[in-house]
Design a protein around this ligand. Sequence first.
Ligand code: ZN
Length: 253
Amino acid sequence: MMNRRTVVHRSALVLFSGGQDSTTCLAYALERYERVETLGFDYGQRHRVELDARLAVRLALAQRFPAWAERLGDDHVLNLAVLGKVSETSLTREMAFSMEQSGLPNTFVPGRNLVFLTLAAALAYRRDLQVLVTGVCETDFSGYPDCRDDSMKALQVALALGMDRRILIETPLMWIDKAATWEMARQLGDRSATPQGGAALIDLIVEETHTCYRGDRIHRHPWGWGCGACPACELRASGWVRWKNASAMLSIK
Ligand code: ZN
């Protein structure tokens, strides 16, 4: 007999930008939790494309994955225009991408992810959601210190103390690369009870999600829409190629 008290997590809030990573995280949460809500941030991005992609992805998931549709709850968007004032970066101004002396890209807004997660925790508290799911990752490394595993664990403790409620921060992509992220999506789709679910989820991510820093929806590549040259496109494209190559090798064996 187990007399240990077990905590069952039934609900989650997904930090959802409409990109490949957060869409994979949303599918991950929809598989695990009975009630899933999504949260996006509007902080004066140069391109509205990202915010439009969020709605398109949610709609497509609900239409093509009936088992997930009944779990998918409200969407929330918080206006964080203040971030643009604190730190003017190439995401909010017409500036070229470059690497700064610190080794971080000039898209970096110091501590941005801590702000996102703190607001997400406050919203989760109000909405009575138990888990925060975020697509942060140490592996495809842009050097963002506020996305590191240690930062997440420290923040989880700080939030639990500061809100006097345990809110779990879950990071399904923390230790995998972009190739493995494509594979995770395929497997989530296959387990979704939707016919051809893996292929359907990959198609959805390719067609509907948006990753490109330049907001390019003109050029269509096998891995999706984008300029093909910015750091975000390069990561997405190289992950796609490695995933395709690995899949081809497995199917030969
Ligand atoms: Zn791009």
